[in-house]
Design a protein around this ligand. Sequence first.
Ligand SMILES: Nc1ncnc2c1ncn2[C@@H]1O[C@H](COP(=O)(O)OP(=O)(O)OP(=O)(O)O)[C@@H](O)[C@H]1O
Ligand SMILES: [Mg+2]
Length: 281
Amino acid sequence: MIAVARNAEAGGGPALGDAAAAPPLPRIAAERLGRVFETRSGDTVTALDALDFRIAADEFVTLLGPSGCGKSTVLKLIAGVIRPSSGRILFNGTPLAKPSRDIGMVFQRPILVPWRSVLDNILFPIEMLGWPVRKHIDEAKRLIELVGLRGFERARPDELSGGMQQRVSICRALAYDPQVLLMDEPFAALDAMTREELGIELLKIWTQRRKTVVFVTHSIVEAVLLADRVIVLTSRPGRIVKEIEIGLPRPRTLDMEFSGEFKEHVEEIRALFESDRRARA
Ligand SMILES: Nc1ncnc2c1ncn2[C@@H]1O[C@H](COP(=O)(O)OP(=O)(O)OP(=O)(O)O)[C@@H](O)[C@H]1O
Ligand SMILES: [Mg+2]
């Protein structure tokens, strides 16, 4: 609003109330976001310190950083499952006070209901939201097929490998179609080939539905392959060292990893981590 008023004052800008002139609200904005944890021994750990970032509605952002730098903490804060110690998160311009049904999360470790089948686990959030389950069965089955689990619809989680369980939790997060999908190293337990394939599948789903994705990974290659923008974090407390726009064309394909542009991004990120390591040595 302020920007519109200034333009109008200057005489050359659009009229007040011209919605088209207002910059789009970021889907998610972190303002001076900080989180301190108290450990069992009574010490405190500053996981994050005054982090600022903005993520647009149709963006696919990857968060990349060393172990313990606070990546999962960022996602849990956006999911509203933990509260910031300082600063705040805005969701569509409004401070986030509690978990929202519009924000779905795939955790680092799959959390499935042990006595429910694969299909019923995927339909669980839909049941919890009180939506008609029947209407979502076909979509759930389509997702099961997409992640290569056809034939396991009636299996229980303990009959699946860790990687298969993680695929079920990805389907569960996608099935109810939240505006924002938070993914905490969702492919970490998978073998390299499945991981790359699922990454490309995820991009296909994202292209169709254009949701906001915030994807945490340790893998530089994965971060570059998937993202519109890579947010690079340093060691704890997590600080943003750089945000790198990835201009590679879409749809992305695995052979892009061999392109000069891709390799330049990977080299730049490696150099950032190396100088962070040297600075802390
Ligand atoms: N519930 C908690 N209680 C105490 N300390 C915590 C808690 N959760 C996280 N921490 C600490 O906060 C820091 C950041 O943790 P976080 O899990 O966000 O890191 P991460 O970047 O996701 O690491 P990884 O890549 O290994 O998953 C770590 O030092 C961790 O020990
Ligand atoms: Mg983590």
